[in-house]
Ligand binder design. Structure first.
Ligand SMILES: *Cc1c(COP(=O)(O)O)cnc(C)c1O
Length: 470
């Protein structure tokens, strides 16, 4: 399988290449040259497979040329062996029509584990083959940092440097990062905001002089959802859920709490591969750029409003570019032009082809604080089921979407409620407790380096502690 950039001028790469590269060199995002297709018969034959076997079936076409089926199976077995539920992503029924797909049974209690546990192992596998070394640098306001750290802690040939804004992530989120003790894990608490930390990471990616001036060459990579391998791993649970609900005979709708558009784009990929999906509901909080884009064609960034669902507090959704590229006839030059316009003015209009194409599969909803609290209260009172704030936004959007009663609606539960105990307590009066497997989080010792909010200090630290590439 070859991958091409949404902006048309970066070289095509194989799966190994896109996994290690992350972003394309022309600033675009990698997508498969063509969507693999499964026939109805092939999809029917997947019913009843274990999660790992299903993952192998769904991902094999994407990794072709870079991994054998045996290697893929081995990586999946180890990645999904870390999950606390044997079904990996179990379904729970809340009423006649509404279902919850629990994606939070991984080590850090958020759906990002599903992809990152695999990505960490893919890095290790490919770097061993090429006898190379990778330096991962990222900034986090919460879930990505802990999931990425857990995924690479103790792995060979990878160092991870995770910047978080000092004093501005929740205790659970910080402890999930800082209590992981492994020599290749470096937690950096930075003075300033998340945006300041993020800006330093971006600068480091473009800082060719950094490696040279500090006496080493580093291969720097990212682990955010621009990495194709993450999206690929997320396609699997759309198949898992739909097969259990009766696919391919019966269509299913999904509601997805959305931020960077990675998770819901994986649903779009599943549909392109032949999975019968009735609708993909893009649920946003009051940071509603995606809802506005899908409802009116107006993709314009405002300022971020902090909410109780922080992983969706976003104004620019990187992965939306992948959808626009695919719907716009895969014209890299036109996409590059459209994105240049957006980067200059922070606003753009979708073309008619993009709007009409999106409307065929996507619906969207904006859910505010009251809607979120309403969903949490309903689920708790009617079903004794506790939703985290992100999932509550998805669930509220699912209930409001007006999907025909005969079509089941599956809301993706992206985080365990115990990750956001304050918001859950405010809405339901109940304080969710951490699952026993992470129960001693507050007794473990933390380790992190405090650094000033200055680029030079951070760049110095990274280059002193990273292993040069070969
Ligand atoms: C990352 C995250 C999201 C948003 O997912 P995207 O792929 O960025 O759209 C939603 N909920 C939770 C809990 C998350 O951690």
């Amino acid at each position: 399988m070859k991958y091409i950039s949404t902006r048309g001028s970066a070289p095509a790469l194989d799966f190994e290449g896109v996994t290690l590269a992350g972003l394309a060199s022309d600033g675009g995002l990698y997508v498969p040259e063509a969507w693999p297709q499964f026939s109805e018969h092939e999809i029917a034959a997947m019913s009843g497979l274990s999660y790992v076997e299903l993952a192998v079936r769904v991902m094999t076409p994407f990794v072709e040329g870079s991994l054998t089926v045996e290697e893929l199976r081995d990586l999946c077995t180890r990645a999904y062996g870390r999950f606390s539920h044997a079904a990996v992503t179990p379904l729970v029924q809340l009423d006649q029509q509404q279902w919850i797909l629990e994606l939070f049974h991984g080590p850090t209690l958020a759906f990002k584990d599903v992809a990152l546990q695999l990505l960490g192992r893919l890095f290790e596998h490919f770097l061993k083959q090429s006898d190379d070394h990778l330096t991962i640098v990222g900034a986090t306001s919460g879930d990505t940092g802990s999931a990425a750290i857990d995924a690479v802690a103790g792995r060979e040939r990878v160092d991870i440097f995770m910047l978080h804004p000092k004093g501005r992530v929740s205790d659970v989120q910080r402890r999930q990062m800082t209590t992981v003790r492994a020599p290749n894990v470096h937690n950096l608490a930075i003075e300033g905001s998340f945006d300041d930390a993020q800006a330093m990471v971006k600068r480091m990616f473009n800082d060719d002089a950094m490696a040279a001036s500090r006496g080493g060459e580093y291969r720097i990579s990212a682990v955010n959802s621009i990495n194709w391998a993450r999206l690929m791993a997320q396609v699997v649970y759309y198949f898992a859920a739909a097969l259990q609900m009766g696919a391919p005979r019966r269509k299913v709708a999904f509601s997805v709490p959305t931020g960077n558009f990675g998770d819901v784009f994986a649903g779009y990929v599943a549909a392109q591969m032949g999975l019968p999906i009735e609708k993909l509901i893009v649920a946003t909080n009051v940071n509603d750029i995606l809802h506005r884009a899908l409802a009116t064609g107006d993709y314009s960034a405002g300022t971020v409003t902090p909410t109780a669902a922080p992983s969706m507090d976003i104004q620019v959704s990187s992965n939306f570019e992948r959808l626009l590229f695919d719907l716009g006839g895969r014209d890299g030059a036109a996409m590059a032009e459209q994105m240049r316009g957006f980067e200059a003015s922070k606003a753009m209009q979708l073309t008619n082809a993009q709007r009409e194409g999106a409307a065929r599969l996507f619906a969207s909803a904006r859910v505010d604080q009251a809607g979120m609290a309403n969903a949490m209260t309903w689920a708790n009172e009617q079903c004794g089921y506790v939703l985290d704030p992100h999932t509550a936004i998805g669930f509220q959007a699912a209930r409001e979407a007006g999907i025909a009663a005969s079509t089941p609606v599956v809301t993706l539960a992206t985080a365990h409620p115990a990750k956001f105990p304050d918001a859950v307590e405010r809405a339901t009066g109940m304080r969710p407790s951490l699952p026993t497997r992470v129960g001693d989080l507050f007794e473990r010792t933390e380790a992190f380096e405090e650094l000033p909010g200055e680029y030079e200090a951070v760049a110095d630290y990274v280059s002193k502690h990273a292993t040069p590439s070969s």
